[in-house]
Design a protein around this ligand. Structure first.
Ligand code: HEM
Ligand code: HEM
Length: 224
């Protein structure tokens, strides 16, 4: 594992270009899923409703990809810190948090609008949508308590104690929501890739956390 003080085998610009290409590829593949693995919900939609649902699906996938990036930005991966520096990573994390919430707001509006706001997916049968609802509220709390921490008079240590576990819970809820709410991810390659990415991310972040506890690594980052 690359640490800030050991020289990298690849020139930094090459590593940065590789990371950018991988991120762009991941986003491109995710946004293509609704087109290649169309949901039955699209079959009965025409005109504006069809465009709204499609846009809503893509906004949801955009939020999901940014959410995976959000945790990579915050979990202090040695290579990223070496290439971009901790302060810049955190600035991107802070800005990305707000972008995620905006993407999720448009997802919810665009997915629910075609069905009508008088027909909200509430009830036992709609547990996957309701997980989405809990996730929506959690993201709102995360962004507002981070952006306006001093306004709420929240001490940094107390804020961090809340922010970190809620952040990881958001990722788990997002993967659960997507796996069970969308037919695109109910079977076949999209389901396999979604589960593999979820498990891979959990293992990677787990490894980073363990390595972070190796002696000599600083524990907390600069305050927001
Ligand atoms: C009130 C909150 C939410 C509701 C009611 C909701 C509802 C839905 C519904 C009904 C679908 C299936 C759309 C279809 O294919 O017909 C869906 C898909 C999806 N949702 Fe949500 N959602 C919510 C929050 C979220 C949040 C917070 C995320 C953030 C990551 C998210 C990410 C996704 C993704 C990635 C899909 C799959 C898109 C696809 O079908 O291809 N949703 N959501
Ligand atoms: C979508 C919403 C967000 C999610 C899911 C999220 C998730 C996380 C997670 C999981 C961590 C802990 C990483 C670790 O140490 O292992 C973290 C750290 C952090 N987040 Fe967020 N975050 C979000 C939004 C924000 C926003 C909007 C801000 C600031 C305005 C912010 C500021 C920070 C800071 C400063 C840390 C570092 C804390 C420290 O290590 O001392 N986050 N975030």
């Amino acid at each position: 594992m690359k640490t800030p003080d050991t020289p990298s085998r690849f020139p930094d610009n090459f590593s940065k270009a590789m990371i950018f290409l991988l991120a762009a590829l991941f986003l491109g593949v995710a946004l293509a899923v609704p087109f290649y693995y169309e949901t039955q919900t699209m079959w009965y939609k025409t005109g504006a409703d069809r465009i709204m649902l499609r846009a809503g699906q893509m906004a949801g996938l955009f939020a999901l990809v940014l959410l995976t990036g959000q945790l990579l930005l915050a979990s202090r991966v040695g290579l990223f810190e070496h290439l971009y520096g901790r302060t810049r990573l955190l600035r991107w994390h802070q800005a990305n948090g707000v972008i995620i919430f905006c993407a999720v707001c448009s997802h919810v509006l665009l997915v629910l609008a075609p069905e009508g706001f008088d027909n909200l997916p509430i009830g036992k049968k709609y547990w996957p949508e309701m997980i989405g609802g809990v996730l929506f509220l959690l993201l709102f709390v995360m962004v507002v308590t981070s952006r306006f921490r001093s306004w709420f008079g929240l001490e940094y240590a107390r804020w961090r104690m809340l922010h970190k576990p809620l952040g990881y819970l958001c990722l788990v809820l997002a993967f659960l929501h997507v796996r069970f709410v969308s037919e695109s991810f109910a079977r076949g390659l999209p389901r396999t890739v979604l589960i593999a990415v979820g498990i891979g991310l959990a293992l990677f972040i787990g490894l980073v956390q363990v390595l972070r506890r190796t002696p000599g690594r600083a524990q907390s980052g600069p305050q927001p």
